[in-house]
Design a protein. Structure first.
Length: 405
């Protein structure tokens, strides 16, 4: 074995010691680079492409020498913070799964990437596949056996990179990233714990991988992690009723911010009048009326009403409206304000009535008439998914000091 320079030789010796202790072998031209008896005349450099053989792993892994060195350095500071997340000094790998037709389009290069700055720390987040320090840590922890290999070629990760990663930022970044993939591409990521390995068949992938797809800026800041967490919990179930309740909780969470913004705007407009300098009894009563109406909006129905009307685009909702929302489905660009108002009232009636029905024991509930019929529950959950997305986006556009959590 020859080396491009002395630094490569030093790294080679470190790699050899590490791999020997972990039962990892590296081959070039069908010869192990670690066996002195093998007369391998390759000149080892950073770009030398090796084949790695990991314990109890069927797949061959191609890896450049410099990438192997990097991953070994990273794993020295790596720790599992749960059974699907590995944190190193510079990276976090979150093992995920997604619809299979999407999973197979992702390559070893980070795709669907986005940038984010939290507390003056710059992060890059994207999807990745291929060999990384997650696989090495499995070997170090001896968390593999004949049923669970350290590496599968279909494994996919959300990778978060930064010169310095704070552990408390990892979940917030993941949730923001989850939200963008779901809302922009309807790609629904799921955590894929180590204890839940899946075996994939070997179908040919005929779909071209997507490249360099960048997302909108990730939402972050006060209240964003909490509201997206509520939203994401709606996808932990296959029951439409449970998803509906999760999406209603999103509306409830944001409603207080909408209500306060409405109060401030109305009160500010009132106080901008010249009458403020010589206020009479009528002016004071009119100002008091604003605060009385504000107290009314804090009730469930009015809170839902003002939130949906302020945060949602009716023309987008028409596209996914279930059949029981008859007024909503009739809305077009030619619809007048009265028709649009009627559609919003229909939506709000259905949301609040359905939520109340699902939240109460059936023997204690008196139907109001706006409840979603059982046969439309699945469609209504998809509709509320879009409502919740629009509500979260509105919330994310507000200044942090105006968000109520």
């Amino acid at each position: 074995m020859k080396f491009e320079d002395s630094k490569i030789e030093e790294e080679y010796l470190e790699v050899k010691e590490y791999c020997s202790n972990k039962f990892i072998d590296c081959y070039y031209n069908n010869l192990s680079i670690f066996r002195s008896e093998d007369e391998n005349n390759v000149v080892l450099s950073n770009s030398t492409l090796l084949k790695l053989y990991l314990p109890l792993t069927r797949e061959d892994i191609e890896c450049r020498f410099e990438d192997l060195v990097y991953n070994i350095q990273q794993v020295k500071t790596a720790n599992f913070i749960n059974d699907y997340t590995l944190l190193t000094e510079n990276e976090a790998f979150i093992r995920v799964t997604a619809p299979r037709d999407f999973n197979k389009t992702i390559t070893a290069v980070n795709e669907y990437s986005a940038d984010l700055i939290l507390e003056e720390i710059e992060y890059i987040v994207g999807l990745t596949k291929g060999f990384n320090s997650f696989n090495l840590k499995i070997i170090e922890e001896e968390a593999y056996n004949k049923f669970v290999a350290p590496y599968y070629e279909d494994d996919m990760y959300v990778c978060i990179y930064s010169p310095f990663i704070k552990i408390e930022h990892v979940e917030e970044i993941y949730l923001a990233y989850f939200f963008e993939l779901k809302t922009m591409f309807d790609i629904e990521l799921e955590y894929h714990p180590l204890v839940d390995w899946d075996f994939f068949d070997e179908e040919e992938d005929t779909k071209e991988p997507s490249r360099e797809i960048r997302l909108r800026p990730l939402l972050h800041g006060k209240g964003i992690k909490e509201v997206i967490d509520i939203y994401a919990r709606g996808f932990n179930t296959t029951f439409a009723e449970h998803r509906i309740l999760s999406f209603c909780r999103v509306i409830e969470y944001v409603s207080q911010t909408v209500i306060r913004k409405d109060l401030i705007e109305k009160a500010t407009n009132k106080l901008s009048s010249n009458r403020v300098f010589l206020p009479d009894s009528d002016f004071i009563l009119e100002l008091g009326k604003i605060f009385e109406q504000h107290n009314e909006t804090r009730k469930d129905y009015q809170a839902f009403k003002i939130t949906v009307e302020n945060c949602c685009d009716i023309y987008e909702l028409v596209k996914v409206a279930p059949n029981h929302l008859k007024k909503t489905k009739k809305i077009t660009l030619n619809s007048d304000s009265k028709q649009i108002e009627g559609a919003f009232l229909e939506i709000i009636d259905s949301i609040t009535a359905t939520r109340n029905k699902l939240s109460h024991a059936k023997t204690n509930y008196n139907a109001r008439g706006g409840e979603c019929p059982e046969e439309h529950m699945e469609a209504f959950s998809l509709f509320l998914d879009i409502v919740a997305q629009q509500v979260i986006r509105w919330f994310g556009l507000q200044k942090e000091e105006n968000r109520i959590i």
